[in-house]
Design a protein around this ligand. Structure first.
Ligand code: NAD
Length: 316
């Protein structure tokens, strides 16, 4: 997909007996010539869709490694029909995403975005933005986590280091892990929401979690709470979020993910107001482009894990 400068890591791990070919398709496998695909035993792909009609163009294909969470971009039925294995990488960038979630919360709660934004306007005086409902001392705040998995646990440790009292809700996490982390369990989502000055989402997107945090849930948060989503966009209703920010129930939000990425027209109201730099959102919203996982170290991990999976199938 033309994202790497070279294929050195892949070649070293696979050894001299395997030839690594880089396909420079921008948006679709259809851009690659038949002669190239005819030779391919294993396909590693990041964002590319792998539909049945493209799978049919790989006569020798034995394995598809999707370098990310989930299989939704690969037609698994078409692969299964030909005995092609499909793998994904469920754990990458754990530290990066956890840091990013806490970073979004702290940046909002310490007024970083608010103060930064004022410096672009005509009145750079600090008293123009003091007091603000969003700025708080972290030690008097509770950090609520939905989903205490890899990233949620790493976020819990980082939030604790900032002095937050950490609470989580995860119906599938067995008792005990929370005690090892020194954090508190909420038995229901409602119980978690009632005490989360910051709510950070870290569960996967499933049919149970789609729309899990809607208007009812947002209104159960304490007034002036902050919501952070680094998991998957459709878990949080951002139209409801816009209403809760606009009427002053919530103080702010940090979103690395939104329901449709990249956004298509007509964009959600929240995004429209953010782009227009509307005054009611000043210093209260951070949006980033699904980039929380990114660091050169995380990229290296993704490549190494992906190609090790490929080697397990093709070489060993
Ligand atoms: P994980 O599987 O280790 O943890 C997910 C946790 O969520 C599990 O403990 C599970 O029990 C819990 N869970 C499932 N359903 C739940 C529900 N209904 N309510 C509460 N908890 C529930 O996953 P992870 O590696 O920690 O990843 C977490 C999220 O981060 C995923 O959505 C993943 O897609 C996302 N992610 C985002 C980025 C990014 O760049 N923004 C990068 C990697 C992963």
């Amino acid at each position: 997909e033309g994202l790497y400068p070279d294929t050195q890591i892949e070649q070293e791990i696979l050894g001299p007996g395997v030839r690594v070919i880089r396909g420079n398709a921008r948006s679709s496998l259809a851009e690659l010539p038949d002669e190239m695909l005819a030779e391919v035993d294993g396909l590693m792909t990041l964002r590319m869709w792998v539909p049945a009609e493209q799978i049919a163009r790989f006569p020798k294909l034995k394995v598809v490694v999707r370098m990310g969470v989930g299989y939704d971009r690969v037609d698994r039925v078409a692969c299964a029909a030909r005995g092609i294995l499909v793998a994904n990488l469920p754990d990458y960038g754990t530290q990066e995403v956890a840091e990013f979630a806490v970073l979004l919360a702290v940046a909002l709660r310490r007024g970083l975005t608010l103060y930064h934004d004022t410096q672009r306007g005509p009145n750079p005086a600090p008293w123009a933005v003091m007091p603000s409902a969003i700025v708080r001392r972290q030690e008097v705040q509770s950090f609520g986590i939905i989903g205490l998995g890899r990233i949620g646990s790493a976020a819990a440790l980082r939030a604790k280091a900032f002095g937050y009292r950490v609470v989580f809700y995860d119906p599938y996490q067995p008792n005990g892990w929370d005690r090892a982390l020194g954090i508190q369990r909420a038995r229901t989502l409602e119980e978690l929401l009632a005490q989360s000055d910051v709510l950070s989402i870290h569960c996967p997107l499933t049919r149970h979690t789609r729309g899990l945090v809607g208007e009812r849930e947002l209104r159960l948060l304490p007034k002036d709470a902050v919501v952070v989503n680094t998991a998957r966009g459709p878990i949080l209703d951002i139209d409801a979020l816009a209403r809760c920010l606009k009427d002053g129930h919530l103080a702010g939000a940090g979103l690395d993910v939104i329901p449709v990425e990249p956004p298509v027209e007509p964009v959600p109201e929240l995004l429209r107001a953010y782009r227009a730099q509307e005054e009611w959102l000043r210093g209260r919203l951070i949006i980033t482009p699904h980039i929380a996982f990114h660091s050169p170290e995380a990229w290296r991990d993704i490549r190494v894990k992906g190609v090790e999976t490929m080697r397990d199938v093709l070489v060993e």
